[in-house]
Design a protein around this ligand. Sequence first.
Ligand SMILES: [Zn+2]
Ligand SMILES: [Zn+2]
Length: 389
Amino acid sequence: MTLFTGFPPIKGYRWFNIGVLILSPSLALYGYHRLWSHRSYNASLPLRLFLLMGGTSAVQGSCYWWARAHRAHHRHTDTDRDPYNSKRGLLWTHIGWIIVKSDLHSGTTDISDLRNDPLIQWQHRWYFTLQAIFGHLLPAMMPGLIWNDWKGGICFSGALRLTLAHHASFAINSLAHYLGETTYDDALSPRDSLTTAILTLGEGYHNFHHQFPTDYRNAFHWYQYDPTKWFIAICSLLKLAKNLRVFPRNEIQKGALRMKLKELKTLQDSLQWPREEEDLPVISWDSFQEQSKSRDLILISGFIHDVSSFMKQHPGGEELLRSSIGKDMTSAFFGGVYSHSSAAHNLLAMKRVGILMGGVERISERTVPPAARLYILDRLNNTESYMKS
Ligand SMILES: [Zn+2]
Ligand SMILES: [Zn+2]
């Protein structure tokens, strides 16, 4: 049995029902979250009224209560003062915190602006009546009054819509702290994920959101799924919204760069690198000559390399390599005989066993193998590198 087994031929769509299923959960987030919880833009009075009634229709508590909990979540993320502390597991963050009584209490946060906002206080005071009208009566009655579809009104515009709206919002607290990438910072649990973005109606780039909560966007790139961002931008064009806040692009990209470097550093740390310059013995020309009689030593760019283990693998032939023992092959290696590849240079550096007295230039193309030219240093842990000198 497939997903569409028994599905009848489609003769049209119930656009009203589809509209309320999609729009009402989104409206809760357009206003409650980005306007009042984060003040990421300013909205005109008609837009504020529209958003507040839209938010009320999702029946997720008054905006005052919702925004207070949400600000506590941002301020105390991943601690017990975070109402949906991700360390307590998916079930708790998704629905547990709302249906279970416990000794946990949300941490304090500044809500003076909301306390002094007459519209928000009015909605808070009349919330029970308003949610009955906008959350239950109107959505259930409209299909009944317009198409005489009372059952559809109660089931779709009423019950199913509210269930989806709640789980879409709950998923911001559960999935968005569980699934995806830490694109801008990995100190805390928020993550970026397209799957979460689709399930939460565009609130899935949560790593970005926690790093830059006052930005009116939830996703940095214009094409990333975030209908609220597009809605706010259109409202701004229509002069219904203004002062859209954006975090400096330069600083956003620093976060992204750091996380990419961190990933590369992990790879870098898993690889073997040439011995540090200061760990190599300094050898005189005479000593180099003497030692070359018993070991296969070659001088290139002031470094003495032991190529004994490489004799049979040399792509240019063993004979050529053998004839180079005890000699300075710098110009031959770098093009005089054959211009070696980056891979050959990287491999050569692994065979360093000494430095010719007075023979090594400081940093140059010939002394730093290609793979090490962008070597990542951890400044806090002061990781040493042979490249530093
Ligand atoms: Zn969060
Ligand atoms: Zn938020």
